[in-house]
Design a protein around this ligand. Structure first.
Ligand code: XMP
Length: 326
């Protein structure tokens, strides 16, 4: 009999059997899967688990805080925070090519995670208990899609926390292996995770780094964060979170156009709204959002975000357009 409660109980029991008194680490991305996997393992083995959050500085407004405060408050998990914002910004300095950006972010992520891992392993060793287990939020569809291996795409080099190198020194703990996304969400709610984490729409591992068309820097990230926060808030207020699969908000950082605000001329950047409806992200249609909502988002972004003087709507399906712009 399938209930979130039963699934959680069963997985917690399995984790206890697998891990025993050993120590485990788990990377948190800010997304649903890693949060639910970590919460399950935390319930099972408590402080034998250390969660690792690499803040790469490419998350949206409020997302780092969701991990650093809300996740910890709702689970009681032990969290190691690696503030690596500088590392990523300098590695991405001046880089505009999408695949190069993805490779750099993936590479730096692994390095940052390994550094955190080393610190945790050293501490555990001083307590006489080696870290033997690595928790991953792999879902059933991830396994099916990739034929048992790690998720990859021929079109774009996907990066996520699940894509860490198969580190032979660890035994994997994968408590979501038999579950689909909606089941993972149900289990997360059962475990008391906040709705902002559990109900989160898909967000790419490389984050805002691939939603700035052009080079990434702090100023551009700040512009995009503000615009994205407005668009998300209005979509939620309109009650359309369920209907829309996701809505990337993209900054065309290398494009400028002339505008007028009050009585002066502006020369600012366009923001693109990319709302899509989809079943599985393999194909998608652009979402026909209500005009009132689009007006509101456009007015708010152009009024409230310095440096943006135009909002445009992406009306391309996938194919031919991918969901993300890079
Ligand atoms: P595309 O742009 O290929 O995106 O149509 C399909 C889905 O995948 C998400 N996406 C990613 N997710 N790491 C991820 O974890 C990535 O590198 C990545 N790139 C794209 C995208 O948001 C959409 O849901």
């Amino acid at each position: 009999d399938w209930t979130a409660d039963n699934i959680a109980e069963e997985q917690i029991e399995r984790i206890r059997t697998q891990v025993g008194t050993g120590k485990a680490i788990c990377g948190l991305s800010g997304g649903v899967d890693s949060a639910v996997a970590a919460a399950l393992v935390q319930r099972a083995i408590g402080d034998q688990l250390t969660c690792v959050f690499v803040n790469h500085g490419l998350l949206r407004e409020g997302e780092a805080e969701q991990v650093e405060k809300d996740f910890v408050a709702s689970t009681g998990a032990k969290l190691y925070i690696a503030d690596e914002r500088e590392r990523f910004l300098s590695a991405l300095d001046g880089v505009t090519d999408p695949e190069t950006k993805r490779k750099i972010i993936g590479r730096e992520f692994i390095r940052a995670f390994e550094a955190a891992e080393a610190a945790i392993i050293a501490e555990a060793a001083s307590e006489g208990e080696p870290v033997k287990f690595l928790v991953q939020g792999t879902l059933y569809p991830d396994i099916v899609e990739s034929g048992g291996g790690e998720g990859t795409s021929n079109i774009k080099s996907h990066h996520n926390v699940g894509g860490l190198p198969e580190d032979l020194q660890f035994e994997l703990v994968e408590p979501l292996r038999t579950l689909f996304k909606d089941e993972v969400r149900a289990v997360g709610r059962e475990l008391g995770l906040p709705e902002e984490i559990v109900g989160r729409q898909p967000f790419p591992g490389p984050g805002l780094g691939i939603r700035i068309i052009g080079a990434v820097n702090e100023e551009r990230l700040s512009i995009l964060r503000k615009a994205d926060a407005i668009a998300r808030a209005e979509l939620t207020a309109a009650g359309l979170d369920e209907e829309v699969w996701q809505m990337p908000v993209v900054l065309l950082a290398d494009v400028r156009s002339v505008g007028v605000q009050g009585d002066h001329r502006t020369y600012g950047h366009p923001i693109v709204l990319r709302p899509v409806s989809s079943e599985d992200a393999m194909t998608a249609d652009w979402s026909h959002l209500p005009y009132d909502l689009l007006s509101k988002i456009s007015n708010r972004i152009t009024n409230e975000v310095d440096g943006v003087n135009r909002v445009v709507l992406d009306v391309t399906s996938k194919p031919p357009g991918t969901i993300e712009w890079e």
